[in-house]
Write a protein that binds this ligand. Structure first.
Ligand code: R5P
Length: 277
């Protein structure tokens, strides 16, 4: 078995290869003057683990070309962050179900697909060969020795924060929207009183940061002494980190499914365990 690192996941691929004690293959990634992409992988044998998150359209095309380059081998496609998962259904008539298109593309090459916290059950349902890792226990463990309360910014993330809080051994809650009158909506934790408490907002994805910033404002207004944010996938579009820190959030942490400076938690062991099983 050999591991190949895609351009979006070099560190995580190295960590996985080291844990499996297998070789990381040499690969070339290039862009032609017209913008087209090129991939060459050296030393392919009978079994290939490709590690490449999809956090941009280039990431997706590089993944497709890597899958093709390795197509004479048995392929495990490790896609730590599965972009396009949020378009998991046709919300309006005529819309593409983006994750279905991506799933069909990947599974036409890969023998097995490993990913981390797809955005929804619906998104995962479009795959036939997918094994999914839940990184929420790792997020929780990061706060295990700290006296915090974990809050999910919406009810949809309630199950996620529950898992993280169990691993952290702390209280948890979710933000609830209340309509005060025709013009005013209040968002606050449903039950837990956060005044004087250190709060961690837990979400699966931080993209523009708007969700977390909005939740942080409410928590600060409700008297939280300190607000931090933790997520699995640090997509961080549109200068999200600037927005997060200037809103008064003390710390933002994430896993390495998208490799960022704030990626202080690694999912490498979970991936290596699944591959060696
Ligand atoms: C939404 O359903 C997700 O769980 C995240 O809350 C959302 O993707 C975050 O996006 P943004 O950072 O752009 O607010």
């Amino acid at each position: 078995m050999k591991v190949v690192a895609g351009p979006s996941s070099p560190l995580l691929a190295k960590r996985v290869a080291d844990l499996l004690n297998v070789q990381l293959l040499n690969a070339t990634f290039r862009r032609f003057p017209d913008g087209e992409l090129y991939v060459k992988i050296e030393g392919l044998e009978d079994e290939t683990v490709i590690v490449q998150s999809i956090n941009s359209n280039d990431d997706l095309v590089y993944l497709l070309l890597m899958l093709d380059a390795a197509s004479n081998t048995e392929i495990t496609a490790v896609i730590p962050y599965m972009g396009y998962s949020r378009q998991d259904r046709a919300f309006k008539e005529g819309e593409a179900v983006s994750i279905r298109a991506v799933a069909r593309l990947i599974e036409s090459y890969a023998d097995k697909v490993i990913s981390v916290n797809l955005h929804s059950r619906e998104a995962a349902s479009h795959f036939k060969k997918l094994v999914e890792i839940d990184a929420m226990p790792l997020v929780g463990k990061h706060f295990a020795d700290k006296d915090v309360v974990m809050i999910s910014p919406d009810e949809g993330s309630y199950e996620r924060v529950k898992v993280a809080a169990k691993a952290a051994g702390c209280f948890f809650d979710y933000m609830e929207k209340r309509r005060v009158d025709a013009d005013k909506v209040e968002i606050s934790p449903k039950e837990v009183d956060v005044s004087g408490k250190e709060v961690v907002i837990v979400d699966d994805i931080i993209s523009t940061g708007s969700t977390v910033v909005e939740a942080a404002k409410m928590l600060m207004d409700s008297g939280a002494s300190e607000v931090r944010a933790a997520c699995v996938h640090a997509v961080l579009a549109s200068y999200a980190l600037n927005k997060l820190f200037s809103s008064g959030i003390q710390e933002v942490i994430a896993t390495d499914t998208v490799e960022r400076q704030i990626s202080v938690i690694s999912v490498a062991e979970e991936i290596a365990q699944l591959i060696s099983r």
